[in-house]
Design a protein around this ligand. Structure first.
Ligand SMILES: Nc1nc2c(ncn2[C@@H]2O[C@H](COP(=O)(O)OP(=O)(O)O)[C@@H](O)[C@H]2O)c(=O)[nH]1
Ligand SMILES: [Mg+2]
Length: 329
């Protein structure tokens, strides 16, 4: 089969860290076309066996908090240490402004010029405000390509952080200095998944506010985080200035400390295994829903039953039962 041959070639180019092949692979996994999906599955199968294991860092924060600025500094620091870095930026706000690629790339200008860096802004808004299932496959592509670190960036919109944390080894939450006690509307759930909380912009006039924010969060985090997979003193709340670069080195040390701790305790591997199973289950659900939508009679019946459910003529569960019966016929 010719297509299969092409996919094999694409896979081997990705394994050699060929940038154009990496981009092409990501475009393929992001495609919603059914034939592309089958090719993507084939590609990911070929790449999953590469055995490469990147450090996957999830990073989240509200627009304007300094994610792009932080990643640029952090990425350049990694490169200085001889490491390579891929950034998968899922930023709906940069899509809205019309220039998803330019919007973020200009901000990570220095980083994107480095041969050891790969930056891919992902404009897909298909799922939960930005993080698609397919991001996970993009990570696999970057991992197979041999990047030492893969950063998955997302904007703080509800459930996308949870999804990102389910794809990463470690989750970093970026905050801006705030005045006072509001905890910036950061939801408790997000703090529960954050491994390292970073208060950015700890410079100039903002420094005192940044320090207050740090102590507010340090107090809050202590209240509801006590997990075996955290080393003593984590989750930690740290101060950085992404403009001056102060504190960025320390974040990298903390990340390594958490990862080494988890590797030694077996939690790192366990987390990866659980994540794989989680994504398997979620792909099963996806496929079933897709298959249902591809059956015209089921689709038609869905519409009819939706109306009945809306009018309270039928309970949601018994409508679901009817649909499954029809699907199984
Ligand atoms: N003073 C100060 N400003 C910062 C810092 N980091 C980012 N900024 C500024 O905050 C604004 C938003 O930064 P950006 O990286 O685009 O935020 P993003 O939307 O989270 O990606 C820009 O004007 C940055 O220059 C910092 O550490 N200190
Ligand atoms: Mg940005």
């Amino acid at each position: 089969m010719r297509v299969l041959e092409e996919i094999r070639r694409l896979a081997s180019r990705i394994l050699k860290n060929d940038r154009r092949a990496i981009s092409k692979g990501i475009t393929l996994v992001e495609s919603s076309r059914a034939d592309h999906r089958e090719e993507a599955v084939c590609l990911i199968d070929l790449l999953s066996k590469s055995g490469n294991k990147s450090l996957r860092i999830g990073l989240s924060g509200t627009p304007g908090v300094g994610k792009s600025t932080f990643i640029e500094k952090f990425g350049l620091m990694l490169i200085e240490k001889g490491l390579s870095v891929a950034v998968l930026a899922i930023d709906p706000s940069s899509v809205k402004s019309g220039g998803s690629i330019l919007g973020d790339k200009t901000r990570m200008e220095k980083l994107s010029r480095q041969p050891q860096a790969f930056i891919r802004p992902s404009p897909t808004l298909t799922y939960l405000g930005g993080v698609s299932q397919r991001t996970r496959e993009s990570i696999t592509i970057c991992e197979a390509a041999g990047f030492d670190v893969v950063i998955i960036e997302t904007v703080g919109v509800g459930q996308s952080e949870t999804m990102v944390s389910e794809m990463s080894d470690l989750f970093l939450l970026l905050l801006a200095p705030a005045g006072g006690d509001d905890l910036q509307g950061v939801k408790r759930g997000i703090m529960e998944i954050a491994d390292i909380i970073v208060v950015n912009k700890a410079d100039g006039e903002l420094k005192p506010a940044a320090m207050r924010t740090q102590s507010d969060y340090a107090g809050a985090v202590e209240l509801f985080r006590d997990r075996a997979e955290d080393p003593v003193g984590f989750p930690k709340v740290s101060l950085v200035s992404s403009v001056s670069g102060e504190g960025i080195d320390k974040i990298w040390l903390d990340i390594q400390l958490v990862i080494n701790w988890r590797k030694e305790s077996g939690n790192w591997l366990k987390r990866r295994e659980e994540q794989a199973v989680h994504w398997f289950e979620s792909e099963v659900q996806n496929r079933i829903i897709n298959e249902m939508n591809n059956k015209p009679d089921v689709k038609k019946q869905m519409k009819i039953l939706s109306k009945k459910v809306a009018l309270n003529e039928l309970s949601p569960d018994s409508a679901a039962k009817k649909i499954i019966e029809l699907y199984n016929k």
